[in-house]
Design a protein around this ligand. Structure first.
Ligand SMILES: Cc1cc2nc3c(=O)[nH]c(=O)nc-3n(C[C@H](O)[C@H](O)[C@H](O)COP(=O)(O)OP(=O)(O)OC[C@H]3O[C@@H](n4cnc5c(N)ncnc54)[C@H](O)[C@@H]3O)c2cc1C
Length: 205
């Protein structure tokens, strides 16, 4: 998957306080206002068969994004058209996912943030989990009486954080699969959608 992401000025008439998501097979588009409703953050998630350079500044082609969402709600077209206008920005990121690590500390060395638990962005939790790590780590290190206590504090930090961050990693993956209707959630729900009440009743007659 590739995420096209950027900011545009809040279009006239667009709600300044609402997150909106459009979902379709294998793609979804979402917008939410930022900077007190002056700007609209947009993200379009689409499938891709090529890799994307790992970078925070890889430009996304608005025409390619528009082609992915041709025929969708005109609001999406309006947002994409604004990318090339004044104040619009557009970047793209490859979406890469990793399973939770079984450990991330060794003696006096540990990790935090994405290095410890990279996750897909579908729960909007990457930075939040990194900040929680930082709070936990700082609190436990502060309680150390000497450097000899540090390995124990790092082990306690990892124990405290590992299950929670792993749960968020898995939840982000599930959320993305659900949005794009192409993953295990759809498989899990197939029994609901494929149920034919008429055929079931006819079978009893
Ligand atoms: C499209 C997208 C949408 C996202 N949306 C959200 C969201 O809505 N909410 C949210 O909470 N999170 C979101 N995230 C995730 C969030 O950006 C990351 O979780 C967060 O940036 C991780 O912070 P970090 O400090 O662990 O790592 P990074 O921000 O990756 O920082 C690591 C730094 O280390 C530097 N570095 C790497 N190697 C070296 C080296 N050898 N020497 C020196 N420096 C080095 C890198 O250049 C970088 O500056 C999103 C991410 C993406 C890609």
């Amino acid at each position: 998957m590739v995420a096209y992401r950027g900011l545009v000025p809040l279009p006239a008439g667009h709600p300044a306080d609402a997150l909106r998501i459009w979902v379709g097979e294998s793609k979804h588009f979402l917008v939410y206002p930022v900077r007190a409703g002056q700007l609209l953050n947009y993200v379009g998630f689409v499938p891709s068969d090529s890799s994307v350079r790992e970078s925070w500044s890889e430009r996304g082609d608005p025409a390619a994004l528009a082609a992915h969402f041709a025929g969708w709600d005109p609001v999406i077209g309006q947002v994409i058209a604004a990318i090339s206008g004044p104040g619009g920005t557009g970047f793209q990121w490859g979406m890469y996912d990793r399973a939770p690590l079984s450990r991330w500390s060794d003696g006096r060395l540990t990790l935090l943030g994405d290095a410890a638990h990279p996750m897909l962005p579908h729960l909007g939790q990457g930075v939040n989990q990194a900040l929680e790590d930082a709070v936990a780590l700082a609190t436990l290190l502060r309680a150390c009486a000497s450097s000899a206590d540090v390995p124990g504090a790092l082990a306690a930090y990892e124990r405290l954080r590992r299950d929670r961050t792993a749960r968020v990693q898995r939840g982000s993956r599930r959320q993305g699969a659900g949005y794009d209707s192409s993953g295990s959630q759809l498989e899990d729900r197939r029994w609901i959608y494929e149920y034919d009440a008429w055929a079931e009743a006819v079978a009893l007659t």
